[in-house]
Design a protein around this ligand. Sequence first.
Ligand SMILES: [Zn+2]
Length: 268
Amino acid sequence: MAEALGCDTPPIDPFDVVRRERRLIHAEGDDFGDAFDGRIRYLGRRFLIAYNTCYDRWPHQGKHHSKVLFTVAHELGHFYLPEHRRRLVTSRRAHDSFTEFVADRQIEQEADAFAAGLLMPKQLLRRFVNAENFPTIERIKEVRNLFSVSLTGLLVRWTQLSDFPCLTVAARGDEILFGWASESLRSQGVWGVRRGERAVGKEFQSFVRHSQTGGGYRESKANGALYSWAEHEGRRLLTQEHYFYIPHTGMSWCLVMADEQDFERQSY
Ligand SMILES: [Zn+2]
C-alpha cells in the first residue's frame, strides 16, 4: 500500500488513501462523543466513513491526533479486506468500531492489524525496530512521533517486525489480556502470552498499583523474567521491560525484551 501511494518516508497519511478512493469512499469527521471511534456503511455505490474527532482534543502534532488517523486506517481495513467489504455490502448496515486493539472480536482485530500495517509498513519501520536489541523508551517515542502513530499501535507492530526475542503484552490491572511474540521468540517455542493469568513480576505489580492511584499516563522501565508473561520450558530467562499505562483505555502495555545472546548460549 505504501508503495502504491509512492510513500517512502513516514508518516503515512490514511487520508491520502481516502482521497485516492474518492470515487468509492466519502469520509466525514465529527465529535461523536463516546458513541464510536469510527463507523462505516455501504450506501449503494459508495461507502461512508465517519470518524470521531473527539480525540483531537488531546495534545497532538499535525491536523489530527494519532488515534483519529488510526481509526480512519481501521475503517479502510473494513473497505479493503474482501470478507469485511462483502459483509458491509450485503447487510447495508452501519458497522461501528472501537479501534486500536481494545476490541476482542476477530473482525475488529483484523481491521486493527490492517491499520497497523498501513500506517507502519514493514519496509519503512523495520530498520528502526531492528537497530538495537534494547531500545530505550525515548527511542520508541521518537519512532512513534516519526510515524504519527500511538504507542499502542507501534508496540504491536514492533514485535511483529522485530528480529530480536521480544513480547508485546496488554494487561488490565495485572491480568494479561493478550499479546504477541516476535518471530525470534516463537522460534524458541514461545507462541503467546499467558492470557487470563496474572503477571507476577514484582516491578510490574508495583507499576500497576501506582498507575491505578495516579490516573494519568505513566511509563517505566524495569527488569523482569520471561516466565511471568509466557510459558517457556521452565527456563528463567531474564528480560528488560518497558511499561506504558494508557489512561484512556485503563490498560497497561508492556514491551518485554530478552537478550538474543541468552538464547544462543542456551543452545550449546
Ligand atoms: Zn471495525
